[in-house]
Structures are given as C-alpha cells and as structure tokens.
Design a binder for this molecule. Structure first.
Ligand code: SF4
Ligand code: SF4
Length: 155
C-alpha cells in the first residue's frame, strides 16, 4: 500500500509530506479579500518566485524569508485554509478522495498536472509585471473542477 493510502497527514514524514504537493502552484497565486464580504478571491497573478517553466518555487528553502505571505502548509493549517483548490492533494486526502490520476506520485511524471489543466502553467502572469492597483482586474474564476477522468490516449 502507498504511504498516502495508509497514513494520515499527521503521521507523514517530512519527505512524504513534501512529495504530496502536486506542483500545481495554485497556492502561489495572489489572493484578494472582498472588504465587504470577507470572501477570498484568486487572481491570475503569481508570486515573483514561481518558475513559469514548471510552476516550482525558485527559492523553496528561503521562501518564507523572501515572501513573508508565503504560507508553509502543515497538517494543522491545511484543514483551516478555505481557499485551497479542490484539486490540491492535501485537501483531496483530507476529504477522503485519494490522489488523482494526474498526481506525479500516481502518474510517475510531473507533466500530468499540467496536462490535466490543474496547474497555473501558461495561465498566470508574474506579479512583477502587474501593478498592485491592477490586481483587482486580474481576479479570475479558476475552475473548481475535478477532472477525475483521464483523457483518452494518455494511458
Ligand atoms: S495547491 Fe496544493 S498541490 Fe497545488 S501547489 Fe499548492 S500545496 Fe501543492
Ligand atoms: S515563495 Fe515560492 S512557494 Fe511561496 S508563494 Fe512564492 S513561489 Fe509559491
């Protein structure tokens, strides 16, 4: 049995925890809060440290020093953060859905997260290219879909 099928999030080692991230970088998008409703909305503006080639963090070890807003996910806070996408591997495990076909631990390749349309690759713009006063214009409705069916021909 795979570790993510037999262990709870709380019981995972650091390396197992890190391996669970599918690399979608949806959590690296800038969020805005509606002052009236408190609702959190997501933009298509990504953190300046995100590598647009593969959606990885270019300064992962120092990320919180360089980007104070960057949230280090833990088994505790991942339960409380409401804006995590439904596709996020941590959220899926918490909801008992398991890892989907596109997850690199299942597919064996980091490419499937992009092929499934889960990642922000080619869909977001670097924050250094967008003034803060323009972020509101970049609010987008990221699809909260769950493509559980693997596309034909990808097997
Ligand atoms: S949304 Fe979840 S799976 Fe995607 S990059 Fe963030 S932590 Fe990883
Ligand atoms: S610092 Fe890295 S992990 Fe944090 S939001 Fe930016 S790109 Fe993502």
């Amino acid at each position: 049995m795979n570790f993510w099928e037999e262990k709870s999030l709380d019981d995972m080692s650091d390396s197992e925890w890190e391996a669970l991230c599918d690399g979608c970088a949806r959590c690296c998008l800038i969020k805005l809060e509606d002052e009236d409703t408190g609702q959190i909305v997501t933009s298509d503006v990504h953190c300046k440290l995100m590598d647009t080639n593969d959606c990885s963090c270019t300064q992962y070890m120092d990320r919180q020093k360089l980007v104070p807003d960057c949230i280090k996910l833990t088994p505790q806070n991942v339960r409380e953060i409401k804006w995590m996408p439904v596709t996020c591997a941590y959220r899926r495990l918490l909801e008992g859905k398991g890892l989907a076909w596109w997850h690199p631990l299942v597919s064996g390749t980091t490419e499937t997260v992009h092929q499934a349309g889960i990642s922000v690759k080619d869909r977001a713009v670097n924050e250094e290219l967008v003034g803060e006063d323009e972020w509101e214009d970049h609010i987008v409705g990221w699809p909260e879909f769950d493509p559980t069916a693997e596309p034909e021909g990808d097997e």
